[in-house]
Write a protein that binds this ligand. Structure first.
Ligand code: GLU
Length: 421
């Protein structure tokens, strides 16, 4: 069992201590339900063939079909895919989506592939996992380095194999192919709704709140954009290469335009006090809210004592390790956990799937009007569990999710039921 998975699973034990939950539930959630590995062999543009390791994991489907993205990244491995699938199980339960959790990945550096090679790889993934996935079985979506076009190729490949369109097999599709309005910024928007809803509880006042975001991909950019529009001061941003800080604040839209032009953050428009630094240094800067929105395991045992932000909103999956969590909690810092903070993405994926099944599509306003109360309701519930049990917010989110998963497991009958004569 991999190190990441071992650490992630500990959350289960910690949460179970706070619930009167049946042993069967924990037994069922100890390992993934099923995992499939494949070797994707594709023809490269120069005529040679190359192979890429790929996985899909369905962690648990007690609450519904498994749901979760597909990641294309050189560091993808079985341990990571299993862990991400585990997290998805809890994420879907936190927001009460009728789904279990799954995840997929390919070990590949997309920057080294041409567009046609990327298309072949995406189609090869569906060919390899076609019997594993399905609109009522396991529904993929985008994750790191996969996007709407990749989803379109995958949906098309699935349709060819099924000999009919099956838009509900995958979410995060382009609008023209049955995607949902509002899916593009849903992850960042969900985090934004959660933060704004808990603002008073966290003692934040928008105009006085300095925010640093690590990562400037889809989730972080939209979260920064929405917070900035409401008066929050965005003082730090980063991409995979470098980080920038301006204590006087920056306009994320102007920074994004600069990044698209120059392919970097260096020299981005700011209010005049721009400093450049490393990603690691950025995490340790003075601010009121820190939003890690890039990779997992960024705030770890070694740098957690140097993190100054009183509030940390996890927009990435797993950016704070359990060891770092303990330090932050002891220091009175609040971590709004990934399974709540970034659940907006999978929630609008669910909306997309519902629209595909109904063949009836919603306006952008309808999507926002449905997303906001869902995020707010669950954020409030997690906050209440935290207060009621006097625990950190992550444990509270796991307790809240495990309670829902537990009810679904127990609804199949417990030991007491089967021991009856
Ligand atoms: N990959 C995203 C996540 O980690 C979205 C999953 C989905 O939409 O199914 O939550």
């Amino acid at each position: 069992m991999g190190a990441l998975f071992t650490k992630a699973r500990k959350r289960l034990k910690t949460a179970a201590k706070h619930l009167n939950i049946h042993k069967d539930v924990i037994e069922r959630l100890k390992y993934p339900k099923e995992t499939l590995a494949a070797n994707l062999v594709i023809r490269m543009d120069d005529g040679s063939v190359k192979s890429f390791k790929a996985w899909r994991c369905r962690y648990d489907d007690t609450r519904g079909p498994t749901k979760g993205g597909i990641r294309f990244h050189p560091a993808v491995n079985l341990d990571e895919v299993m862990t991400l699938a585990f997290w998805m199980t809890f994420k879907c339960a936190v927001t009460n989506l009728p789904y279990g959790g799954g995840k997929g990945g390919v070990s590949v550096d997309v920057h080294k592939l041409s567009r046609t090679e990327l298309e072949r790889l995406s189609r090869a993934y569906v060919q390899a996992f076609s019997r594993f996935i399905g609109p009522d079985r396991d529904i993929p979506a985008p994750d790191m380095y996969t996007n709407g076009i990749v989803m379109a190729w995958m949906a098309d490949e699935y349709a060819k194999m099924a000999d009919m369109p099956q838009p509900g097999v995958i979410t995060g599709k382009p609008i023209a192919l049955g995607g949902s309005l509002g899916r593009d910024d849903a992850t960042g928007r969900g985090g934004y709704y959660v933060l704004r809803h808990l603002e008073a509880d966290l003692g934040l006042v928008p105009e006085k709140t300095r925010v640093i975001l690590q990562g400037f991909g889809n989730a972080s950019f939209h979260c920064a954009r929405l917070l900035h529009a409401d008066g929050y001061k965005i003082i730090g941003l980063s991409d995979s290469k470098s980080a920038i800080l301006d204590p006087d604040g920056m306009d994320p839209i102007a920074v994004m335009e600069h990044k698209q032009k120059t392919r970097g953050l260096s020299g981005a428009p700011s209010n005049g006090r721009l400093q450049e630094m490393t990603n690691a240094e950025l995490l340790e800067q003075e601010c009121d809210v820190l939003i890690p929105g890039a990779m997992e395991s960024q705030i770890i045992l070694e740098n957690a004592p140097n993190v100054k932000a009183p509030v940390i909103l996890e927009l990435a999956n797993g950016p704070v390790t359990p060891a770092a969590d303990e330090i932050l909690h002891k220091n009175g810092q609040i971590v709004i956990p990934d399974i709540l903070a970034n659940a907006g993405g999978v929630t609008v994926s669910y909306f997309e799937w519902v629209q595909n099944k109904a063949g009836y599509y919603w306006s952008l306003d309808e999507v926002h009007q449905k997303l906001r109360p869902m995020m707010q309701t669950e954020a409030r519930r997690v906050w209440d569990v935290k207060l009621e049990k006097d625990i950190d917010m992550r444990t509270a989110a796991y307790v809240h999710a495990l309670d829902r998963i537990g009810s679904a497991v127990e609804a199949h009958g417990t030991k007491a039921f089967f021991a009856q004569k």
